[in-house]
Design a protein around this ligand. Sequence first.
Ligand SMILES: [Zn+2]
Length: 427
Amino acid sequence: MAGVGRKPQRIVEAAVVDGIGPVTAHDLVAMPEDSWGLLRDRITDHRQGNEGLVARCLACDGSVYIRTARRRGVSLPLFAHYSGSDPSCPWYHGRNTVPDDARAAQYQGRQESDFHRLMCEQVAALVALDPRHVRHTVAEYLPPTETAHGRFPDVYVEWEGFGAFAVEFQMSSTFQTEISARCKHYEREGVPLLWILFGIDTKAQVQQSFIDVIRRHRGNAFVLDPLAVEASKEQRTLVLNCYLRSGDGFDPPKLVRFDELTIPRSKLPYHEDRIVTPLLAEIERRRRPWFSDLAKWDHSAPLHGLERPQSLLVAAAFSIVAAANGKERNYASGHPNIRAMLNTYLHAGTFGGYTDLLTRLIGNTAMAGLLKAKVGEHLHRHRSEAQADERSQEWSMLRHLLPEALDPVVREELRYLDALPAWASPE
Ligand SMILES: [Zn+2]
């Protein structure tokens, strides 16, 4: 076998992701963890035959996924070819672990499987305390209603008035592909799925397999520790201890009742959304000073030190967003509405180099209808040869300020989490 004198591994320098476009290895590392993490989940989902995303190596067009590598205790994302890719690709890095070999290794964890059985029995005993309990099964085959294959949920429960739900234990060695397959299965079946983490140490660096599950639960880590067992017995229902992600760590845990969790479309319940809420709050924070300066702007002084055409561009962009939000307000001129404002600046040539940018912005908002009207005609007619493109300062700035409309990764993330604001959704 090879393995002596390993060659330095080549990395996939760039990939094309469906609906997002090219993403370089550098872009990927620069993304917030939730962003690349969601891409990672969704690429795996697709590979497993579910709805998701496809990413292809820019060199050989072979399918790639996002793997993680530890560097100084931090997980970094990188693209890697799936096994069976073209070995002549200049970015090919050698054979991947075959999932079946890996799964066999996983099942050698005998000790872990004994604990696993005990934990399942524990959950079964607790759910049976609830007066709504109709029936439950432990590790029994559950025939599908919607799909070709059933599953063996760790614990499957039916409660009167609440319906069915499934509990799976996430062990340290559970694979991402397995997590993806189970999540998507229960989503299709319309059965809420709760992953209970087993063996998580929230004070230490949390393993990637746990991080993946926690993200799917919107930053909530559920454990069944002695406190949760005690509370379950007291309240005669399933109570979990829930660690909420906060920055790089976790807040102290809270006891939460299973029947009070929010169940989103993905059917992966959460107590508090620690992904979308902080993301939208952070974006709002970026925008706030601009909105307040625009509110008192005289349409001529440099805005935040910008030249006049750039200042007007920002004012026009924020006006489009305000209108898309149902609170029409023209920050860029004295015109009574944004149509007149845009048509005037287009006609005067002020926005000639920004027509591509404005077209993209408008097209990704509830004001998309403007493109089919006079404004669309003017954008076409007054387009200059020289355009501010996606690498330009103007585009970067507006992408940073209005990511819901201009950052494809953020848009995809919000859409996936059912959280793309109405203003950033074309009718
Ligand atoms: Zn390749």
